[in-house]
Design a protein around this ligand. Sequence first.
Ligand SMILES: [Zn+2]
Length: 201
Amino acid sequence: MMQPPERPTFDPYAPPQAPIGPYATGLQGPGMAPRVEGDLVTIAKQYWWPPVCLKCGTPADLVSRVQSFTWYPAWTNLLLLVGLLPAVIVQAILTKRASLNLPLCSACNARWTKARTLRVLGFIVPLFGGLGLITLGLVFAKEAGIIAVLGFLVFFPGVLVVIPIEYLIVRPRTLRAMFIDDYVVTLKGISRPVLEGIRRG
Ligand SMILES: [Zn+2]
């Protein structure tokens, strides 16, 4: 009986496929065309954006926002189970960076900046508010116990306010890097009509 011919391991006529994961596009190298998948777009780091605001799509009143992005593999968060230090070290080694020139209208650019400021305040205010109360407790020793408890409560759960700030304010107003390697960046948060425009080229 005849053996079926061995399947070729490389088919030059096959449609392009992602080599590893859904965003593993590094093999395509620099200069690749942008690739839109759902609400994600993967672009070469030196990609020239179309002259529209990436958040709202307007072509008017554009500014160029120089924005740095960082990304590290999500599995490295599992190292937190081992300890904070191993996780921080491995993430520092594996972190990839990208600096992009993003076209935004000045209103969306201002909203982005405000959202990031709010996130910083959402951490700093509970931290220093809590520390302040604890210090006050040391001064007014009679009520030290209750003031210290209040101080801890201001810090935690107070600091959890950064979670709604992140999801309700920061993410809708900014772009996030979902993948970065030496050549490409995958971004989330670009408006649908702009993504459609990029897909059509
Ligand atoms: Zn805009």
